[in-house]
Structures are given as C-alpha cells and as structure tokens.
Ligand binder design. Sequence first.
Ligand code: AHR
Length: 343
Amino acid sequence: MSRILTRRSVLRLSAAGTGLFVAGRYFTGTTFAAPPPLEQQDTYTIGFAQTDLNNPWRIAESKSMQDEAAARGYTLVETNANEDTAKQIADVKSLIAQGVDILIFPPRESQALAPVVMEAKAAGIPVILIDRDVDHSIAAPGEDYVTFIGSDFIDQGRRAAEWLAEATGGEARIIQLEGTTGADPAIDRQQGFEDYLAGMVQGSPTPDGPIAGMEIIASQTGNFTRDQGREVMQTLLQANPDVTAVYAHNDEMAIGAIAALQEAGRAPGEDVTLVSIDGSNAALDAIVDGTLGATVESSPFFGPIAFATMDQYIAGEEIPDWVKVEDRFFDESNAAEFQGTQY
Ligand code: AHR
C-alpha cells in the first residue's frame, strides 16, 4: 500500500476526528455525504465476509466471488460466519482492521450488520453489499455504502404467491417456512407473499382484491436450511394435517419439507402443492419429478456483477442505490431445459 497521503488516508484521519478538511462531496462538515472513494490501483484486496457455507446457494456465491477475483489477479480475503451473526460482525471488524481495500459481502441480518457498515465507512473502506441489504434507517446506500446488488425479494414472494394461487385455484391451506429471522430476504419474501394474498402488490390494491380461499395456517422459520426445513415441517404437519400447500422461502427448506411430507405418508406435488425460491439444481430435479411445483430464481452468481460495479465505482461513475438482479421462473414448463445448469 502506498505511503503517500492518499484520499483514503485523509478520510481515515478525518474519521478519527483530526478535523482535517476534505473538499468536495465526500465531507459535509459533520458527516461524510458519500462512501469513501476507491483509487485506481494495479490490484486490490477485497474482504468477503460470507454468512455460512452450509448450502449449495452459499457455496455457489462464494465460488462466483473466488472465480472473479482469481480471473483479475485480485486477493480475496474470505471469512465464514457459520450462520452466526455475531461472528459475521466480528469478521467484518477484523477485515476492517486488516485494511482491505474494499468490503463486498452479504449481511446475514439487516439491522445487526448495519453498524459495521458504518464502521467501514469511518475507516475509509468502501462497502458493496451483495445478495442481502442492511436497514436503511441505520446505513444508507449511496451515502454510507456504495450500493446494494441483489434481487427484488418482495417481488419474489409475490411471484410465488401468484403461481400458487393459479395452481390451487385460489384454495389453499398454507404452511410458510420462513428464512433466517431478521434477514431481509425472509422479511421481504414473507411480505410479498402475504401482501398478494391480502390483495396488495407493492402497497397498491390488486383489481381482484384479497384471495379469500388462501390461508396461511402456520408460519415458522426453518433458517434457510434443509435440515431445519424438514424438522419444522415435521412439527407443523402434526399440528396441521389439513395442510394443502407449502411456501418455503428457499429451495433447501422446500426439499426438507418434501422429505417430511413423504415420511408422513403424504404425496408432495399431489395432495400438497409446494412453491419456493432460489432455482437450485435440486429444485429443478424436484420439479421434474413432480414433488415441487415451481421456484422463483434468486441468483447466487454475484462475482461478475460485484466486480464490474467496483470498476464503475473506481472510475467515478454514478452507481444506483440498488443494482437490481432480474430473476427467472422455473416450473414444469421449463425445469427440464435448465436441469443441471444451476448449482
Ligand atoms: O440471501 C439469499 C438467500 O440466502 C437464499 O435464497 C438462500 O438460499 C440463502 O441462504
């Protein structure tokens, strides 16, 4: 790292309270109005704090970041929080202390991780959030961090609900398997789905109004994992044997729920209709074998878009607060075509 006083060094000194004046849009007198800049360098060290590596989606996301860093000859410093929010906070703090050039990571929980985004800013390290966002009342994109790159989770929930309404003729007793409590995909996928059943889309009433025949009879977190999806489904099934549909916030929990239903002598795909989110290979296989009805894509392949966005930031280009990832939809009409192409 250069010994001369770079703009980032100046920002660091200012953040430490030396009272140095920094001209331009980065410092407004009491607070920085934009994320710290990133200078043109031959190579970069990127801090990548992963939430866990316990499912195919996370493994694919990490591999995508590793492949892109390797292709560019950049150094990726990786950590694994192993599904522990406190550990991810500590990991980000450690990456800040190591002085990485930039942080690119998925915050496990939206409120809990927002303060370390502010700490990175104070340390002069820009942050790009991928896949999950933080609470904007604590840290704001374009001001405190560069941007959020990811899917529209509310719309994913809406699309799952729309498909389920069509598939069941608007009559369903639904068990919802929620993702990790406090994670924005869990919060938003629940909202998008429940709003649609209540006759609302993105805050506006739908022409047809609420779908009276569709009722969520139980809803509990399965923490985005196959094992917990299976265990929670076993428990909820005993209390709700009249279930006719399952909405899982990700494919892994849906696969776990299918196993629980089969163990209980039920016929997923026949007497219970399932819909989920992600678009994994296992989900495409389950659609082809008839046990899963449909899955809304949520891509884990963030490497190319994350690094391209970093390039734009270095070049001083305007970055939108949200770089939206467009998602496909897989059901019996196209699952076979894409089998084996995902992760
Ligand atoms: O944040 C995205 C979600 O996290 C994926 O849908 C899920 O599979 C993962 O654990």
